[in-house]
Design a protein around this ligand. Structure first.
Ligand code: ADP
Length: 243
């Protein structure tokens, strides 16, 4: 694995000031993720996982602290430059997919490339390649809303990979899937790390998936601990071979 730092989070705090109270969603969070890692952020509901992920991808300015990705302090960029940085660097997979329902699968997958200025033929052939990589080369003309949940998540993976991002950020990508389809998506994410050198940052509350990760970050009540070593020891003890 490359030892180059991809993401460095320093003294990160995020609070939400509501009419009646202040919610401290992230409290002095510090960690690093190296390029080529499969990092899993886990913890119970309401612990701050989504807030942290949104901050990492540039969508949620922190109250204080810094988010440095590939040497770029994200919140020193203007919102437009930050959006562009995100478009060039990150592929996103979420729990729920939002498709352009008037477009078929291949058009939905290639959509980010149109926005990036690719011509139609280039975009279509790259989208077809990405669909083949997730084992769905034969459903290009379908409407995505008519696919099963598992197929939709694989199309979502193809869309996330379309512009060859260095990082894939996945927020509960298996949240709506049965365990077989969940494992399939986790396997595709793992392949993107092992075969394509991507870095994956994944949020989940499902501890079964920790065995796919190379780095585990546990969050509880806004406080984060890097539990990588603890979990490696626990996996060895219970004889889990993965990862
Ligand atoms: P998780 O993803 O682990 O379920 P969240 O990051 O969604 O946790 O939430 C962490 C805390 O921050 C919770 O107490 C939640 O209610 C609060 N929170 C998250 N987003 C907002 C917001 N936009 N406004 C106010 N409170 C928020």
């Amino acid at each position: 694995m490359s030892s180059k730092t991809l993401l460095k989070i320093t003294n990160l705090h995020k609070q939400f000031d509501l009419a009646t109270e202040t919610v401290k969603a992230l409290i002095d969070v510090n960690f690093e993720i190296k390029e080529g890692a499969f990092a899993i952020i886990y913890g119970p509901s309401g612990s701050g996982k989504s807030t942290l992920l949104n901050t990492i991808v540039g969508l949620e300015p922190p109250t204080s602290g810094t988010v440095d990705m590939l040497g770029q302090d994200l919140y020193q960029l203007t919102p437009d430059d930050r959006a562009r940085f995100r478009q060039l660097t990150l592929g996103m997979v979420n729990q729920t997919n939002y498709w352009v329902s008037s477009l078929n699968v291949i058009e939905n997958v290639s959509f980010p490339l149109y926005l990036a200025g690719y011509d139609r033929q280039q975009a279509t052939s790259l989208a077809q390649l990405r669909l083949e990589q997730v084992g769905l080369g034969n459903i290009s003309a379908h409407n995505p809303t008519q696919l099963s949940g598992g197929q939709q998540q694989r199309v979502s993976m193809a869309r996330a990979l379309i512009a060859s991002p260095r990082v894939i950020v996945a927020d509960e990508p298996t949240g709506n899937l049965d365990s077989r389809n969940g494992e399939l998506i986790m396997g595709l994410l793992e392949r993107s790390v092992k075969e394509q050198g991507k870095t994956v940052i994944l949020v989940t509350h499902n501890l079964d998936y920790l065995s796919f990760s190379t780095q585990q970050l546990e969050i509880k009540d806004g406080l984060l601990t890097d539990t990588t070593e603890q979990n490696a020891a626990r996996r060895r003890k219970i004889g889990v071979k993965h990862g």
